[in-house]
Write a protein that binds this ligand. Structure first.
Ligand code: NAD
Length: 309
């Protein structure tokens, strides 16, 4: 499979490495408006492929060269600087998506291509890319809260002293400050969280839950403070999403796609079934009234930001 990655900065490079390591692509093409950066990334990654899978990795300088790509991953655009929110990137990155998507669409097979959006503010960029591409919503997929859900799971696993792989837990809504931590749908080994805590005599009072929520929502800010940007987590999330699509796994992932039509349409993260055709089902989890109100509010924030464009 040929996969194109547009934008090869910190995130695009990490995504390229993670994609290469899946072994799912026979060819990876890298495009960046900074051609020197793209060529250097392709060279470095090409050397790394000698230690893993045979994959052809090239930097390309025209969109024509992405022809034949079945999946296009967009990781281009400004990232958050210390003190900035994802929403602060809105206008700048809307211009980037508006530049990229028409050029991508002129060179791919619209009947089959899947576009994966990584650029922030994620949900609004998914809406914009879907509108510009005119692809079915199911095939313009944002990584959404996959990373937030992973962060929640890891923090929870440390608190509960159990493997993260035995936890089913979701962060929903915006990939941003209004994300919703779905406590009502946390299961550990198939056991509801409160029951699990009773059985293991682990105390998880509201204050601890508040601290966990804060840590999940502020993880990106803390990482940006310490290393200037985040990239490893999102690279792994894209690779996971790629497995689900390429192997038609029908996995349930909290990705962001446009739901609804007209003025009420919005892209946000819910658990969705992901396979070879993109998203095939949208699911609703158990939620208390606080969570469902927060989810509605999150949807309104995303829609309002989209309407600002
Ligand atoms: P970066 O500045 O390191 O790299 C961005 C790259 O995009 C640069 O190489 C730049 O030349 C390229 N670019 C900009 N405009 C372009 C255009 N019109 N065409 C082609 N290339 C273009 O930034 P980064 O740290 O790699 O972050 C990239 C994006 O990913 C940001 O929007 C960031 O917020 C987002 N991000 C998303 C998640 C997530 O969970 N979805 C996680 C981390 C970062």
């Amino acid at each position: 499979m040929k996969i194109a990655i547009i934008g090869v900065g910190s995130v695009g490079s990490a995504v390229a490495t993670a994609v290469k390591n899946t072994g799912l692509a026979h060819e990876i093409v890298l495009f960046d408006r900074d051609g020197v950066r793209a060529r250097a990334a392709a060279e470095d990654l090409g050397h790394a492929s000698a230690f893993s899978y045979d994959v052809k990795i090239t930097a390309v300088s025209t969109y024509r060269a992405i022809r034949g790509s079945e999946i296009v991953i967009i990781a281009a655009g400004a990232n958050q600087k210390v003190g900035e929110t994802r929403t602060d990137l809105l206008q700048k990155n809307a211009a980037v998506i508006s530049d990229i998507v028409p050029q991508v669409m002129a060179n791919v097979d619209a009947k089959n291509v899947k576009i994966i959006i990584v650029t922030n503010p994620l949900d609004v960029m998914v809406m914009l890319a879907q509108k510009l591409s005119r692809l079915p919503a199911a095939r313009v997929i944002g990584t959404g809260t996959m990373l937030d859900s992973a962060r929640f799971k890891i923090i929870l696993s440390r608190q509960l002293d159990v493997s993260a792989r035995s936890i089913s837990s979701y962060v929903l809504g915006e990939h941003g400050d209004s994300s919703v931590i779905n406590w009502s749908a946390v299961y550990v080994g198939g056991i509801a969280l409160d029951d699990f805590c009773k059985q293991t005599k682990i105390s998880l009072p509201q204050t601890t839950r508040n601290t966990i929520e804060h840590r999940v929502r502020n993880a990106a800010y803390e990482i940006i403070q310490g290393r200037g940007a985040t990239w490893d987590g999102i690279g792994a999330a894209v690779a996971d999403l790629l497995h689900a699509i390429v192997n038609d796994e029908k996995r349930i992932l909290t990705v962001s796609v446009v739901d609804g039509v007209g003025k009420t349409a919005v892209a946000m993260s819910l658990p969705r079934v992901v396979g070879a055709k993109g998203v095939s089902a949208n699911l609703r989890t158990k939620m208390n009234s606080t969570e469902s109100n927060a989810l509605r509010k999150s949807a309104r924030i995303i829609r309002k930001n989209f309407d600002l464009l």
